[in-house]
Design a protein around this ligand. Structure first.
Ligand SMILES: Cc1cc2nc3c(=O)[nH]c(=O)nc-3n(C[C@H](O)[C@H](O)[C@H](O)COP(=O)(O)OP(=O)(O)OC[C@H]3O[C@@H](n4cnc5c(N)ncnc54)[C@H](O)[C@@H]3O)c2cc1C
Ligand code: SF4
Length: 320
């Protein structure tokens, strides 16, 4: 690891100022320190944001809940209210890495973690995402890569929380140039859809402050399949959320993780599910719609039936 400076931000104004000269925000450090040790990220200064006031709170409300960016994944996993009101978010948190990781990893860091593509994570490989001119995964070992992408990089977003929050229609509140910007989960990742250099839509200095989650969708679920039972990212994940009244879905949302640079949603599938009761034929049709434009590569075709099964099973969980 190269030498770096270290500073602790005490206010929201000072954090971006300290990070101006190739600084990186340092929260739990699970992703950032790994990248620095592997010579992927070369930070001049680490700006510790863990002392920023007020960002470690979970606040419940009638219309929405607010989770600060410094709330740990373990706090989300273990909060009894979250388990009751947003079971899909609880399930997504409980699947992250390992207990030790969840104890220190933060919501903001989980949303802003970088690509897990093994070419990107190799110190000597300069692929498109590092400013090179080749995507080594496209014609290489792409077993963990995307089925959908809007650009030449096929690295998927792997944040469990991002996927669950997309289905719940959550909004990230980001401090940008001294003001607060509100970004849907789609907007938080949209830049990665169109630009191979991007991991998300954050500009340098942007600080995720909190996430607002509407309570309107009273039922939610999250499922994933991984190679390993723990200490691993998902191969495919699926989050669903809806209001269920009289057995019918209202405002349903299906979001897939690990198959696209954004939590992947298809409006036609959400529209199809709206007003429907849940049975095998309905969930199967919805899964068909979500996956209609999948573009499997040489080694990741297995993700299509996996995603299909996860969508069906997750939707059926909404029956309660
Ligand atoms: C073995 C292993 C298994 C894992 N499995 C999973 C998994 O299954 N699912 C999953 O989702 N994740 C998984 N992870 C990733 C882990 O959850 C993330 O690394 C962690 O959540 C990052 O949070 P952190 O607080 O440690 O972030 P840090 O490492 O401190 O920061 C990560 C990045 O986010 C930026 N950042 C941090 N906070 C903010 C903020 N508030 N605003 C703007 N930028 C910010 C940092 O500058 C950095 O670029 C795994 C990690 C490991 C090591
Ligand atoms: S998928 Fe993206 S991160 Fe991986 S090698 Fe290709 S350009 Fe690089």
């Amino acid at each position: 690891m190269k030498a770096f400076e270290y500073a602790t931000a005490r206010s929201l104004d000072s954090a971006p100022q300290l990070a101006t000269d190739n600084g990186h925000y340092f929260a739990g450090g699970n992703d950032l320190l790994g990248r620095m040790k592997d010579y992927i990220t070369d930070a001049k200064i680490l700006v510790n944001i863990k002392s920023l006031p007020g960002l470690d709170q979970i606040e419940s409300g009638r219309d929405h809940w607010t989770l600060g960016a410094l709330v740990t994944i373990a706090q989300i996993e273990n909060h009894p209210g979250i388990k009751k009101v947003f079971p899909g978010l609880h399930e997504a948190a409980a699947e992250v890495g390992s207990q030790q990781i969840r104890n220190v990893a933060t919501l903001g860091g989980n949303l802003a973690q970088h690509s897990r593509c093994w070419y990107y994570r190799h110190r000597d490989i300069v692929c498109l995402k590092k400013g090179g001119d080749t995507c080594y995964a496209r014609h290489g070992d792409n077993r963990y890569h995307s089925l959908f992408t809007g650009n030449t990089c096929i690295s998927p977003v792997v944040s469990n929380l991002g996927t669950a929050l997309a289905a719940l229609d959550a909004t990230a509140i980001v401090r940008r140039s001294g003001k607060e910007a509100r970004l849907s989960m789609s907007e938080l990742y949209h830049r990665a859809w169109e630009n191979p250099l991007a991991h998300n839509s954050l500009d340098p200095g942007d600080l995720i402050l909190k996430v607002e989650i509407p309570t309107a969708r009273g039922r939610s679920a999250y499922l994933q399949v991984s190679d390993k039972h723990a200490f691993d990212w998902a191969l495919v994940s699926c989050a669903v959320a809806a209001q269920v009244s009289g057995g019918r879905l209202r405002r349903p949302r299906v979001a897939l993780g690990c198959i696209s640079p954004v939590p992947y949603q298809v409006e036609a599938a959400n529209d199809f599910l709206d007003g429907k009761t849940l049975d095998e034929a309905t969930v199967s049709k919805a899964a068909d719609l979500v996956l209609a434009n999948a573009q499997p590569l040489e080694f990741n075709g297995y993700k299509v039936p996996l995603a299909h099964a996860l969508i069906r099973r997750a939707l059926l969980k909404l029956k309660g």
